[in-house]
Design a protein around this ligand. Structure first.
Ligand code: SAH
Length: 410
């Protein structure tokens, strides 16, 4: 017979869990999330359960099960390692007409726990004829589809309002956050930057208004005012606006300015952090920005103005003196001045450098050189923006990793 699925509202109700092992550890957090008042009966527990007990979230009776424990409970979980004990617990619950879930024997269990998940206010519960792995697999698929918008739940949820500044990650559409993707799936209007992951925009439903911020025909400063206006204007019309950027909105992304403008206009703004290219692109090229014994620090620098430009506020001498990794954004057009400055200020001309174009995208390519040869290499290879320049011995670590991998990993 198929089970009857039900959502139990456990707030303030007593739930008994007998047995303090891995099964209890999996079940108890969901019970607590539903507000249940959980009593655990068990001679021992796991470290994760110990934490819940120490926090006063679970009442622990440190002893084996005894008849009468089920009194006053609305629900019982029998998850001891002893079949005999579980049988006795289930029998007591049955006699008292309390629902009991047995972890060891689905056929002898009065109730089953479905594989469950939550996306905002939507609860998903799946049973699969008593096959927990299959149920979990289906649950994962449904939860994922709700999260990434494959299952379009737009009409069924409370719609977000205002503006969301969403960091889209470095370019690969798989590298946006789950929350970013959720909000994107709910957008009425998307205002996208040049570096916002293209593939995410191609997936938007046709009724979503897409504004390409790179195509706004003004100078840089004016264009930003225009973008702020667009965000505010659409939000005022009651539309939910997603401002989608490459990487993280607050890393050379002018996210702060947009936030201030929206806040001044009384528009609610949500920030969804993104994976910045400053870390993700080196990683994607196999270079760890820190490595024990090699680099204890990494500096992220925008080179949108050249080192010798009077508008530059960067302390190049300090950077040249430091032994940390340098991650330079918007620098490939000025690579020659950049390398010369670092050498002049004290970095060895032999310092390894890697330049990565289109990181995390199918078109990703990289050149490796030293400070003295990098400008020439970049020109010869025709490397163009968007590209990231990585300076420091971690580049060598990346090469070492690649060598070992090529030799040993099939
Ligand atoms: N907010 C973004 C950075 C914006 S500045 C972030 O957090 O990633 C734009 C610069 O970022 C580009 O000129 C380039 O230096 C770098 N960049 C962004 N995406 C990149 C990618 N996929 N590959 C290489 N460089 C990238």
């Amino acid at each position: 017979m198929a089970p009857y699925l039900l959502g139990l509202r456990l707030d303030g109700r007593r739930v008994l869990v007998v047995g303090g092992g891995r099964v209890a550890q999996r079940r108890i957090p969901a019970l607590l999330e539903a507000g249940a008042s959980v009593t655990l009966v068990s001679p021992s527990t796991t470290p994760a359960l110990d934490d819940l007990i120490a926090d006063g979230r679970v009442t622990w009776e440190r002893r084996p099960y005894q008849v009468g424990d089920c009194d006053g409970a609305w629900l019982v979980h029998a998850c001891t390692s002893s079949r005999e004990a579980n049988t006795a617990i289930a029998a007591e619950a049955e006699a008292k007409r309390i629902w009991c879930v047995r972890a060891d024997d689905k056929d002898a269990s009065a109730a089953w726990t479905p594989a469950s998940g939550r996306v905002d206010e939507i609860g998903v519960a799946v049973t699969a004829g008593g096959d927990p792995r299959r149920a979990a697999g289906i649950r994962d698929a449904v939860v994922e589809a709700l999260r990434d918008g494959t299952v379009d739940a737009r009409r069924h949820r409370t719609k977000p309002v205002g503006v969301a500044l969403v960091g889209g990650g470095p370019g690969d559409p798989g590298l946006i956050t789950v929350r970013g993707r959720q909000l994107l799936a709910q957008a009425d209007v998307v205002v996208a930057d040049r570096l916002a992951p293209r593939a995410l925009l191609d997936e938007l439903p046709p009724d979503v208004e897409l504004i390409d911020a790179a195509k706004i025909p003004y100078g840089r400063a004016l264009a930003q005012d225009k973008i702020n206006e667009l965000l505010i204007e659409h939000a005022r019309q009651g539309k939910f606006v997603v401002r989608l950027k490459g990487g993280d909105s607050f890393v050379f992304g002018r996210g702060g300015e947009e936030m201030i403008a929206c806040a001044k206009a009384g528009i609610p703004v949500t920030v969804v952090p993104g994976l910045t290219s400053a870390v993700a692109v080196p990683a994607s090229a196999g270079v760890p920005v820190t490595h024990r014994g090699v680099s204890q620090e990494f500096h992220v620098i925008s080179v949108h103005v050249a080192p010798d430009d009077p508008r530059s506020t960067v302390d190049w001498e300090a950077l040249a003196r430091s032994r940390g990794t340098l991650v330079l954004l918007m620098g490939v057009e000025r690579i020659e001045r950049l390398a010369q400055t670092l050498i002049r200020d004290g970095r060895s001309p032999e310092t390894p450098v890697m330049v990565v174009q289109d990181g995390t995208l199918p078109t990703q390519r990289a050149v490796t050189a030293t400070l003295s040869t990098v400008a020439e290499r970049v020109t010869a290879a025709g490397i163009r923006p968007p590209a990231i320049v990585i300076v420091g011995d971690v580049v060598r670590v990346g090469q070492e990793i690649e060598m070992v991998r090529a030799e040993r990993v099939p």
